[in-house]
Ligand binder design. Sequence first.
Ligand code: ZN
Length: 464
Amino acid sequence: MSQTPSEGCSLWFEQALLPDGWARDVRITVADGLISDLEIETPRAPTDDAHGVALPGMPNVHSHAFQRAMAGLTEARGPAKSEGGGDAGDNFWTWRQLMYRFLDRGGPEEIEAITAFAFCDMLEGGFTRCAEFHYLHNDPTGGSYADPAELTARIVAAAETTGIALTLLPVFYAHSTFGGAESNHGQRRFITDVDGFADLVTRGRSLTARLPDAVVGVAPHSLRAVTPDELAAMPGLAGDGPIHIHVAEQTKEVDDCLAWSGSRPVEWLLANAPVDERWCLIHSTHVTETERRGVAKAGAVVGLCPLTEANLGDGIFPARDFVANGGRFGIGTDSNIQIGVADELRMLEYSQRLALRARGVMADAHRSTGRALFDRALSGGRQATGAEASLKVGLPADIIELNTGGVGFASRSGDAVLDSWIFGGARAIRSVWRRGKRVVADGRHIARDAIEARYRKALSVVLG
Ligand code: ZN
């Protein structure tokens, strides 16, 4: 079923999306995990493994893998607020209750098992690299583990188990809100100081050294969790890696930032941090036109997480206007409530359609909606995760195959294949190769059974 990268293999596809567009009858030869040759308009040889449509694997720019375990458990509204009554319920109540339970009970084994489960879902959903925004560092009491990087090692192990490419983003988190406020009990597992954090980044680099193509960056959690002085230390710790930060996700954050500094969060960041192409601003939901243009001009990527932002009721990022200004975006699965490339891209487009009462919002003059969304998310994803992702000689053979034999693809080719996958709703991913190894076959990760069994056990500890 699968071929190891070192053996080398030849894969033949009816169509493939290459950097300069669609090609037919494509043979991709893999050696040592990399694409060693790529031929187009070449007939299938008897020895070729024949497949449907090949797409480059998509980078996932934002994930908190452990939150996968909470999917579907946080949809109740909770009690109405006591003051004032009415129906103004605390709609984060169930989420917070579950989060606290998790923080009390989730140990290294549980975190590794849940992370592997999330990574397995990502590969099946078309993501071949994950930027893991990793902020659980401490034990349930808030103290360090004997190895302070214990949980980082578990994330790395989960990447190794599943085969997903990892962009590790250790998170710096030190305060409960703007102005350097002291952290609270609920944050005890996230907290470090700058020196401890620098050690975590160094350890992250050595722990990921055994993975074939890991990237390590840094993630100051948000302007709430980090003071200006602490933020200033982050670019130096990132080395050549990317810098990610949550920003302007909800209106309360904007109001609190205005009260603290007189500036809105993205406005503050652009004025006070060296925001450039290394930066990925996660969410950026609430931006003015000036902020939007500023981010585009700086060349930073906006990390959009459309399903999570919809689930949390954050608001709608002005994607059409941002792209019109030359803005770059990637897509992330964030809370991992639901995992899939097509699902994120569809939600992104539909949110714009609902807000603007228009169709084909993210399409452009040369490309269909699905194609333009896919190309832009791929390009922004590459930049934000610090790793190439294309079907090109010399790059890792990270490939998604759509099963175009399915009836949803009847009489379709080129951009219509992408549109039918994204908007037609078919569960179409049949195979995924990571560095030439087929890690998803017939829609299932090759290690899914063992990963699921371990996950079920972990959930019985956390929720039982
Ligand atoms: Zn997040």
